[in-house]
Design a protein around this ligand. Structure first.
Ligand code: F1P
Length: 376
């Protein structure tokens, strides 16, 4: 069948237009979700009190001896940061495990402690492994599970007695950005409550706003730099989980080669991968700044580009100023940990866009991993 030339033209134009509008919309959700973090964190903080009050009572009654954080993917990385912060602040032994490890290797996880709180983190509240980790915990006779999620009514929240919900943070995008950071705000608030740190977390909101505005151009510059092919995210202590999450964002959105390490571990082998096509990103802590900055200086000597993230610039620092992100948080070290992430989310977004990929639709990935039971 031969179509009239006019009709062929209109089909081609329509195809071109729908391709164009698809291209124009590439990454729109991801970009908006990253940039909405100031208002979503604000809303999350405003709704905290009624959610935290019952937990304050629970803590007073139960006197937990151990806290186990769990989740899959991004929430597992939040679990790593949560456990590091929690133990440092509260002195209660705290560990993080991927949910699948709890289900498959429970004897490796559970200790003789009697009073354990399990904190299960999941954006969807539907991930099979996370729900089965909760069931394994309950099967062993433990009763207190706190879920941290973005949806109030889920399989997870129905299985657990206690919940913290960042209900403004749910996303259209598959890769987690504002959901991760808002659930992190909930973890920070819980650590603040239990440790009685007496810290006001509201300065996080102007700080993240300022960071996204000030460093969007820098993120774009490195995301679009065609000579950068490998990304290494280095973080120690509570920053390590955030470095792992930044690495995951780079993989999910842009498919670029990216790895994360404990900062001083990087010298023990991985630095062999450093060359002039490498960007090494240092999430520099307050406690170990001197040692961590020395790693970055070593990597510059090996030919790497470096991007340094610090809370404040120090006078004796020798990192190049145009390659430095200053958090300027006005918060104690533990409370500023989530501020390292948002500019790095933008970096992954720009890398994906420059690579012709749609950051809203990561390759091979669905929003939730639903499996047949791991035990069958
Ligand atoms: C966990 C998760 C995400 C990942 C992807 C698949 O989901 O592994 O970290 O980005 O979306 O699911 P959830 O338990 O937080 O819903």
């Amino acid at each position: 069948m031969t179509l009239p030339i006019k009709m062929v033209k209109s089909i081609i134009i329509n195809q071109y237009q729908s391709k164009r509008s698809l291209m124009d919309n590439h990454g729109l959700h991801t970009f908006n979700e990253i940039m909405s973090q100031p208002s979503v964190w604000q809303a999350t903080l405003e709704e905290l009190s009624p959610q935290l009050d019952p937990l304050a009572q629970l803590w007073a009654e139960e006197q937990f001896e151990q806290v186990i954080f769990t989740g899959c993917g991004s929430p597992y990385y939040l679990a790593l940061t949560g456990a590091a912060l929690f133990q440092s602040l509260t002195k209660i032994p705290s560990q993080a495990y991927p949910a699948s490890e709890i289900v498959l290797f429970p004897d490796m996880v559970f200790t003789p402690y009697k009073k354990i709180l399990l904190i299960a983190i999941s954006r969807s509240g539907e991930t099979t492994e996370t729900i089965e980790a909760v069931e394994e915990f309950q099967r062993r006779g433990y009763s207190h599970v706190l879920s941290i999620t973005c949806h109030a009514d889920t399989r997870l929240t129905r299985t657990t007695q206690h919940a913290l919900v960042a209900r403004h943070a749910h996303e259209h995008s598959i890769a987690q950005t504002r959901s991760f950071s808002s659930m992190a705000v909930l973890v920070l608030a819980l650590a603040e409550l239990v440790s009685r740190a007496n810290t006001d977390l509201t300065p996080l909101v102007p700080a993240v706003d300022q960071l996204l505005t000030t460093y969007q151009g820098l993120a774009r510059h490195y995301g679009e730099a065609t000579h950068i092919e490998r990304f290494f995210f280095l973080g120690s202590g509570p920053q390590h989980g955030i470095a792992r999450e930044a690495m995951l964002k780079m993989k999910e959105m842009s498919l670029a080669y990216s790895e994360a390490y404990h900062t001083l571990e990087f010298r023990h082998g991985p630095m062999s991968m450093v060359n002039e096509h490498t960007l090494v990103i240092g999430l520099v802590s307050e406690e170990a700044a001197q040692q961590e900055l020395a790693v970055l200086a070593d990597m510059r000597r090996h030919g790497a580009h470096t991007l340094t993230i610090v809370d404040q610039l120090t006078e004796d620092a020798d990192e190049p100023p145009n390659q430095t992100i200053v958090l300027n948080s006005q918060l104690p070290a533990w409370a500023r940990v989530i501020l390292y992430l948002p500019v790095l989310q933008l970096l992954s977004y720009y890398k994906a866009m420059a690579s012709g990929l749609d950051p809203d639709r990561p390759t091979n990935l669905d929003a939730v991993v639903l499996l047949k039971s791991l035990r069958s």
